[in-house]
Design a protein around this ligand. Structure first.
Ligand code: NAD
Length: 400
């Protein structure tokens, strides 16, 4: 990605606690960029409207001007957006993902010393989840019970496809689960590219292909097809050596392949995977999965490191370069505007943004300042501390 020294970065403050956390993030990033590049590089922040603020000012939750700015500038960052009750949107977030075909939801999950965790060894978690963002049962193709569409689909399934085994009647609601080879492959390629760029040598495809053979099973099959384009050692190779020469020979071959810089690729059934990340989290690094599995897995993992409120995320189209970095929590209406919200999720998303831009030096400064502030017990109320949003921001700037 070619990034100028003074890139224009559209930002959406968002609703609720957006007004608390967005200014803190901007000040921290500006400080880090200045420290890292001595004034040679600088963000040109440009506010674009979305959500309630946009509706109040323009009558539109997602104004055309915002979409134009996001089209012209590849990279943007956003606070949380409330889901409008009216206005024809299922969700503003989903609309943005679909509009820019942001097919990968990327969620790094790591533990910061000092954060309360419900598990004994949260430090063993260091994973990045690549969740497919546009397909699956989550694509929004569903029809209400007794709607014309549901009735018609039920009729077609019964008469044209002879499906009798499932109880279809006019009270059934219907959802469609599209999963395509290309949709899967572009996501899995992004996950491999990430593993290679970050020197990680373990990638796991997570699916429910044992039950949903063509959709989730397709994801697994197409995922392994992508693996063959990369320097990998797959579980299939492992099993075939094991069958011929025994487990020790298979383990030795796997260790040798990984020492040679190959990525060990396997797959896991989603329900078992949710157990494995609790039992053996250090066995996993990069995870590629379908939309709904990814939704559950990312939040479960975030909770495991105590970081549900400080987990970063991004929605990225790795082909066009469009990327929206975001706070993963909601608008927190109970504390909005009180100046006490934790800005860490948005700040860590800005680290992902700096890394995406290739501004790694600035990203490292921000991440280290956040880690040391938290380790020193300088935290906001949600993490057991007593700092306001601004005081936490100042503590971080002090660390830089
Ligand atoms: P929420 O994340 O807003 O709040 C859940 C709890 O976490 C609340 O107690 C809140 O105070 C706390 N919390 C959240 N962020 C915090 C922060 N930065 N610092 C300290 N505490 C924090 O979830 P919700 O109440 O279910 O959703 C509220 C609204 O947000 C809804 O309209 C929902 O649609 C929207 N939402 C938006 C996004 C997004 O834009 N990415 C994500 C989730 C929910």
């Amino acid at each position: 990605l070619q990034v100028p020294n003074m890139p224009k970065i559209p930002y959406m403050t968002g609703d609720g606690v957006g007004i608390d956390i967005m200014p803190a993030m901007i000040e921290i990033v500006d400080t880090a960029v200045y420290k890292a590049y001595k004034g040679e590089r600088k963000m040109i922040w440009t506010e674009v409207l979305a959500g309630e603020k946009a509706f109040d000012e323009t009558g539109d939750y997602l104004p055309e001007a915002t979409l134009t700015a996001l089209t012209e500038n590849l990279i943007a960052i956003k606070g949380p957006l409330m889901t409008p009750i009216a206005g024809g949107f299922r969700s503003l977030n989903v609309t943005l993902r679909q509009k820019f075909d942001l097919f990968a939801n990327v969620r790094p999950v790591i533990y910061f010393t000092g954060v309360d965790s419900p598990v004994k060894h949260p430090e063993k978690v260091n994973m990045t989840i690549f969740r497919e963002n546009t397909e699956d049962i989550y694509a929004g193709i569903e029809f209400e019970s007794e709607s014309t569409e549901a009735l018609r689909l039920i009729e077609i399934l019964k008469t044209d496809f002879g499906i009798k085994k499932i109880r279809f009647d006019k009270t059934s609601a219907i959802g469609i689960k599209p999963v395509s080879p290309e949709g899967t492959k572009r996501l899995v390629r992004a996950a491999f590219d990430h593993a290679i760029a970050n020197g990680q040598n373990r990638l796991t495809l997570v699916h429910k292909g044992n039950i949903m053979k063509f959709t989730e099973g397709g994801f697994k099959k197409w995922g392994y097809e992508v693996a063959s384009d990369y320097p990998t050692f797959t579980v299939n190779a492992f099993n075939s050596i094991k069958a011929r020469q025994g487990i020790e020979a298979a383990k030795a071959a796997k260790d040798q392949a990984m020492a040679d810089g190959k990525i060990y690729v396997d797959d896991a059934i989603a329900d078992n995977f949710l157990q494995q990340i609790l039992l053996n989290p250090s066995d996993y690094q990069v995870v590629a999965t379908l939309n709904l599995n990814g939704d559950y897995i990312s939040d479960a993992l975030a909770a495991q490191v105590g970081g549900i409120g400080i987990s970063p995320g991004a929605n990225i189209n790795f082909i066009t370069g469009h990327a929206i970095f975001e706070a993963t929590h909601g608008t927190a209406p109970d504390i909005a505007g009180l100046g006490v919200a934790n800005p860490s999720s948005l700040i860590l998303s800005s680290v992902m943004m700096l890394d995406f831009m290739g501004w790694h030096e600035a990203g490292k400064l921000v991440k280290k300042a956040l880690a040391t502030a938290i380790a020193d017990g300088q935290t906001t109320q949600d993490l057991g501390g007593n700092l306001t949003t601004v005081a936490f921001m100042r503590a971080m700037i002090g660390k830089m």
